[in-house]
Design a protein around this ligand. Sequence first.
Ligand SMILES: C[S@@+](CC[C@H](N)C(=O)[O-])C[C@H]1O[C@@H](n2cnc3c(N)ncnc32)[C@H](O)[C@@H]1O
Length: 311
Amino acid sequence: MSQFSHTPVLFQESIESLKLAKGSVIVDCTLGLGGHSKEILKQIGKTGKLIAIDQDEDNLQNARKNLSEWEEQIVYAHDNFGNLRQIFKKHKIEKADGIFFDLGISSVHLDQAEKGFSIRHSGPLDMRMDRRSSLTAADVVNTYAEDALNRIFWEYGEEKFARKITNKIIEHRKVKKFERTDELVDLIESVKPKVRWGGGHPAVLVFQALRIEVNRELEVLKKGLEDAINLLAKGGRIVVISYHSLEDRIVKKLFKKYFSNCHCPSDQPICNCGWKAQLKKIGKLITPSQSEIKDNPRSRSAKMRVSEKII
Ligand SMILES: C[S@@+](CC[C@H](N)C(=O)[O-])C[C@H]1O[C@@H](n2cnc3c(N)ncnc32)[C@H](O)[C@@H]1O
């Protein structure tokens, strides 16, 4: 066991939705510490195979320790799920029987101040899940033009005080560049009126926005999901847990595209697009129970969608 922990979200619900069988080939696109993968491995048995992907090398290595019992059945990929096609090609996998996404960061990211994701523990303003990539949150805050910063806070954080926060950052960085998370947290606290803080921390939305920009989260989600749908075998399930509305919107929209039998413009009387539905919807949107939220408050925003490949 590694020293870090992460409580898997919607555990039973996601495992059941994957419809696991002995000998299945399953892809965990967001391995984390391997909480879901451990159960997947138990259920697919000795003849099954798991492709375990994570762009954070520390998490991947810690998961490897947690899953050492199944070492021979696992193909590890320190990679981005945006490269799913290349990962399949490299490991000579044609189709998978199940593909799982548990998006975003893990508790480990929030608990390790040096990763720069935490609002409560001071650390370098970093936020890269993959340390091989070059752009950090400090680069974004210190070098992006005013309009670009404002757009990121507004679009990726849905932050109502985006303009005010941006103006203050621009003023501040003329005198001193941002290096640490708490410098940014202090600035946001000084800009947002206390009455508008509500239940959450006032810096949550800006931190979310920066994380999305640094890790290109929405762009890779669109690509990874679309490739996953195409790499799924007939009858295979795709299960996605998302944690904020921007992610969930992408999942919902993309699934809808593949549920449809026609992509012709709505005013065209006769269909000639030749498109065939590739997915069917399985069940309704699933969210954590009150008791899960009570035991693991970090699960509170989770939303799970499930689909099955039909051709
Ligand atoms: C919510 S955690 C997964 C937790 C895991 N299900 C468990 O129970 O331990 C998400 C993980 O996905 C990884 N991740 C996020 N986006 C990724 C991407 N685009 N490609 C590969 N890994 C990604 C993060 O580094 C993190 O370790």
